[in-house]
Design a protein. Structure first.
Length: 207
C-alpha cells in the first residue's frame, strides 16, 4: 500500500502502520488530506511505466487502533495518475480517517461531504447513524440515479476509522453501496480485494 493512516486512542498518524518512529502531524497537517490531487492542493503526476497493477483499499482493526490504507493509482479518463486516496478530519465529537477504492471523484466527494456535515445537528446527535444516512442518500442520488449508470463505472467503497470522544478506542466501518457496516477484523475493496483478503488472512485473525 502506498498511503495509510492509523487512528489510535487519541491521535492520527500519517504514513505509518504503527506509531513508533512515525511523524506525528499537527492538526493543520491533518486537515483535508483526501484526494489532494483533485482539489488543487497538490499536483497529480503520471505514474511511472510499470506492469499493470490492481487497485485496492483496506481497513484493519488492531489492538492499538484502526488502520486504513490504499494504493496511489487513480484513473482520470484514460490516464493513470498517482494521487492520495486517504483522508482525515477532526470534529467536535471525534476523529475520522478514511481510504477508498473505486471511482476516485465520487469517493472523494463522498468523504468530503461527511466532513462538511460532520457538525450538523443530525450527525452530532448520532454520528454513526448520521454518517450512514448521508452516505446512503448520496450513493442513491449520485450512482443509482445517474443517467448513465449502465454505461459508466461510478461505484466506490469507503473505509472509515471513527473514534468518538466518549470512547477510548476507534472503530472500523466499510461502505458497500448504500450500507455502512462495522468491520470487526479486516476487509478489502477494489479490483484486488480477493487477493488482499487472502494475504491478510495469513497475518490477521478473523473474528
Amino acid at each position: 500500500m502506498d498511503h495509510y493512516l492509523f487512528l489510535d486512542s487519541g491521535s492520527v498518524w500519517i504514513s505509518g502502520l504503527l506509531p513508533d518512529g512515525v511523524h506525528r502531524p499537527s492538526r493543520s497537517d491533518a486537515q483535508g488530506q483526501v484526494a489532494q490531487s483533485y482539489t488543487g492542493q497538490a499536483q497529480a503526476h503520471p505514474a511511472k511505466r510499470r506492469p499493470k497493477q490492481m487497485t485496492i483499499a483496506a481497513g484493519l482493526l488492531c489492538s492499538e487502533g484502526v488502520l486504513v490504507c490504499a494504493d496511489s493509482q487513480v484513473t482520470v479518463g484514460t490516464a493513470k495518475l498517482d494521487g492520495s486516496k486517504v483522508g482525515v478530519f477532526e470534529t467536535s465529537w471525534g476523529q475520522v480517517i478514511g481510504s477508498f477504492a473505486g471511482n476516485v471523484d465520487y469517493a472523494a466527494a463522498a468523504f468530503q461531504m461527511i466532513e462538511r456535515h460532520a457538525d450538523s445537528t443530525e450527525v452530532k446527535s448520532s454520528p454513526i447513524d448520521g454518517i450512514e444516512t448521508l452516505l446512503s442518500s448520496r450513493y442513491r442520488s449520485h450512482v443509482w440515479e445517474h443517467p448513465q449508470q449502465d454505461s459508466g463505472d461510478y461505484d466506490y467503497s469507503l473505509f472509515l476509522g471513527i473514534r468518538l470522544n466518549e470512547e477510548n478506542h476507534a472503530r472500523l466501518y466499510r461502505t458497500t453501496e448504500t450500507i455502512l457496516r462495522e468491520v470487526r477484523s479486516f476487509d478489502c475493496a477494489g479490483s484486488g480485494e480477493e487477493f488482499g483478503r487472502d494475504i491478510l488472512r495469513l497475518h490477521h485473525p478473523v473474528s
